[in-house]
Ligand binder design. Sequence first.
Ligand SMILES: [Zn+2]
Length: 119
Amino acid sequence: MTNIYGKGDKGKATRLHALIVRGFGSCQRCGSTHALQCAHIISRKYGNTRTDLDNAFCLCASCHMYFTDNPVDFGTYTINEIGEEAYGILLERRQLTSKVDWQEEAERLNGIARERGLI
Ligand SMILES: [Zn+2]
């Protein structure tokens, strides 16, 4: 079976991050409760912001697809939702070159998911 989240502890952390983000319970753009997805603000290819809970919106599949196809609108939406300052913090964190301890990150997210009754 293909694992879209990745392998090992990094995959585990990524899967838990998505679970927590979807735990918001409805699309932050349109309010739908169907087909919820974790939509990264800064691409998940950047390790230091990949599983940051401030770096994602809970969106339904169609809003997520809309924003993927319309990145300028996504930028505007992001600034309206989180503000320039929070966005600036994410951009700074993205530049960090420190290696992420994925085992520790998976444990941290596991704790949050448990606290929120998601697992
Ligand atoms: Zn939506």
